[in-house]
Ligand binder design. Structure first.
Ligand SMILES: Nc1ncnc2c1ncn2[C@@H]1O[C@H](COP(=O)(O)OP(=O)(O)OP(=O)(O)O)[C@@H](O)[C@H]1O
Length: 302
């Protein structure tokens, strides 16, 4: 068996719910309030283990606030785990917060060179791809030498995506960015992701769009209450999530919204899930036309 490209073992991170609370001198000197449970500490992700092989596309599913983005940031190395470990073999192209890397005082052109070099592109690489980046981002020529602070948020996201689309990194971490822009731009993004997957790259996708998850992923990690409830085919993961959501709504006496949510999107209300521990469908279920890849550890009830 080939070595996994991404491997997480007992992964966990602890956040403080009251991170803005200022501690008094006595607390600081005595260290009071530190340690587990201090200042409302909680574990959005804990004891999560999985392996992802080259060429797999894995979706992370779960209601709002279950740690999907946190898990992606742990894989990206943006967050450091408090427990366990995560290893990624190969360079990572993070499509997390596409606007975040830009400096508002620099022009679009300067930002392309700055952010491109931060992603490891050489000046020559960027020179060669500059026009393609600007074309992809659909930026009018007059804007490219204007400070990015004058760009709309859509323009910044388009420029961010256009830049990342040029990276040849083998691992893609995608958080919601496929939902940006108008229909035409989204189609370009889909085309780019499909091309990257066809190249044999590995992708982990967090999305509130069930359609996007089904379109790209063969495998789903279902996060529930900060832990990995299921590691299975994407359809089974989505169905398990849906069942839990429906069971919870029934418990609360609310009408169920069939197909209304995907991965937490329409689930903004903080609700406690209480559903089956495993899905009823075949473990390594494949979705319709997505016959490209085999789920890695597909079917394992975590
Ligand atoms: N830096 C932070 N410090 C403290 N708490 C945080 C931090 N980042 C996220 N959280 C909290 O951790 C939990 C998990 O957040 P995360 O963004 O990973 O969830 P999510 O599943 O991606 O949610 P959504 O579907 O709404 O995007 C949430 O309760 C969130 O409020």
């Amino acid at each position: 068996m080939t070595e996994p490209v991404i491997e997480a073992e007992g992964l966990g991170i602890r956040f403080s719910a009251n991170r803005r609370r200022r501690r008094g001198l006595r607390e600081l000197l005595l260290g009071a309030g530190r340690g587990p449970g201090a200042e409302g500490a909680f574990w959005p992700v804990r004891d999560v283990s999985f392996r992802i092989r080259r060429g797999e596309c894995v979706g992370i599913v779960g209601k709002n606030g279950t740690g999907k983005s946190t898990l992606l940031k742990l894989i990206a190395g943006v967050l450091i785990p408090d427990e366990g470990r995560v290893a990624v073999r190969g360079r990572v192209a993070p499509l997390l917060e596409l606007r975040a890397g830009f400096n508002g005082r620099l022009t679009g052109r300067e930002n392309i060179y700055l952010v491109g070099s931060l992603h490891g592109m050489s000046r020559q690489d960027i020179d060669e791809r500059f026009d393609e980046i600007v074309d992809f981002a659909d930026l009018r020529e007059s804007y490219i030498d204007m400070p990015v602070r004058h760009y709309s948020s859509g323009m910044k996201v388009r420029l961010g995506f256009a830049l990342v689309a040029q990276l040849e990194h083998p691992v893609l971490l995608v958080d919601e960015v496929l939902a940006v822009g108008d229909q035409e731009f989204r189609e370009k993004c889909y085309g780019t992701v499909e091309r990257m997957l066809a190249d044999g790259r590995t992708m982990v996708l967090v999305s509130h769009s069930e359609a996007d998850l089904r379109r790209f992923c063969t495998r789903g990690l279902y996060l529930r209450d900060g832990g990995l409830a299921l590691d299975t085919g994407i359809d089974t993961a989505l169905r398990a999530y849906e069942q839990d959501r429906a069971a919870e709504e029934q418990e609360r006496g609310e009408p169920s919204e069939p197909g209304g949510t995907a991965a937490g999107g329409a689930d903004r209300r903080a609700r406690r899930l209480g559903g089956p521990e495993s899905a009823d469908a075949p473990a390594a279920e494949r979705g319709g036309d997505r016959g490209r890849r085999e789920p890695g550890d597909g079917g394992r009830a975590a």
